[in-house]
Design a binder for this molecule. Structure first.
Ligand code: NCD
Length: 305
């Protein structure tokens, strides 16, 4: 059975296979906004999001439809979890209906890994688990960087914000170091983790120092819903960690800003920079999310990954 549970499980070649396929679909969607294929015709895919989502849920759904699959959205609010059914039995029930794939988001670190061990009939794709991994987000970020700069190797990427609670930061650290980029992480002490998922990560508390000469600045939202003993003051956070044109001057002259979304204007990024599509590549990341999730669904469900 094929699964995509984390970037940590992938080799450099696997990542390249996903990115090549994603680039192929980005090209198709660039040529024809109505592009559809039959690659996953007759397949039924289930979205099971136990945590909120806008971009990831919608883009998996659109990606599946563009590949000709049928997609069913399991709805937590209307599910039997509220009637006392356990998580494991909910998964068992979905698996017994023989979907081709189960795309899941969950607040528990490692939940999709446990589910992949449990299911007998379907592929499992991780759409974000706790603060552990968000593999398709890291792949779409990598696709955006690769399309923009023509390479990932030797890029200097500064990830700024809530490093401690972010699965996006974690998956990006793993992917980018595997692909030969240099990764710095910048956060206030209370949002900096005590360890990183890979070696060779440079931690810094000072944003000015951290973004010097960077090609990419990736902003990560303070994940307030995951903070237990920490509270941050919005005005101080923006003063010390908010991205503005003034700060961008310290990075490479061609530096661009990425953000997985949802992003907070006036907290993570200034209003004018957030509206600048040439420097802040957010919309392009969202579009690339469809191509990337088409690639992932195609490779995982067809068993070629
Ligand atoms: C992220 C997530 O949910 O992990 N969003 C996303 O998938 N694009 C990041 C976040 O919530 O800050």
């Amino acid at each position: 059975m094929n699964h995509l549970l984390g970037i940590g499980d992938l080799t450099k070649d696997d990542i390249e296979t996903y990115l090549d396929k994603a680039q192929y679909y980005a090209g198709k969607l660039g040529d024809d906004r109505d592009y559809h294929s039959d690659a996953l015709k007759n397949k039924i895919i289930v979205n099971a999001f136990f945590e909120n989502s806008t971009r990831t849920l919608l883009s998996f759904e659109m990606a599946a439809r563009r590949l000709g699959a049928d997609i069913v959205n399991w709805d937590k609010e209307n599910s039997s979890l509220s009637k006392g059914e356990s998580f494991e039995d909910t998964i068992r029930t979905i698996d017994a209906m023989y979907p081709s794939a189960l795309i899941m988001r969950h607040s528990g670190n490692g939940a999709p890994v446990d589910v992949a061990r449990q299911v007998e009939h379907c592929c499992v794709i991780n759409a974000g688990d706790g603060s552990r991994e968000h593999p398709t987000q890291a792949l779409l970020d990598a696709l955006t960087m690769k399309l923009h700069f023509g390479k990932l190797k030797e890029l200097v990427v500064a990830i700024v914000g809530d490093i401690a609670h972010s699965r996006v930061a974690a998956s990006n650290m793993i992917l980018l170091t595997k692909m030969g980029a240099t990764v710095r992480v910048i956060a206030p002490k209370e949002l900096m983790p005590s360890g990183f998922p890979v070696d060779n990560i440079q931690p810094l508390n000072d944003l000015r120092e951290g973004i010097k000469g960077a090609d990419v600045i990736m902003s990560i939202r303070p994940q307030k819903e995951r903070m237990q003993d920490v509270s941050i003051k919005d005005d101080e956070y923006f003063r010390d960690y908010g991205l503005t044109y003034g700060l961008l001057n310290l990075a490479d002259t061609n530096a661009v800003v990425l953000d997985p979304g949802p992003f907070n204007r006036g907290l993570q990024i200034s209003e004018d920079l957030a509206n600048d599509r040439a420097r802040f590549l957010y919309d392009w990341q969202v579009s690339n999310g469809i191509a990337t999730r088409m690639a992932v669904l195609d490779l995982v469900v067809s068993g070629e990954s």
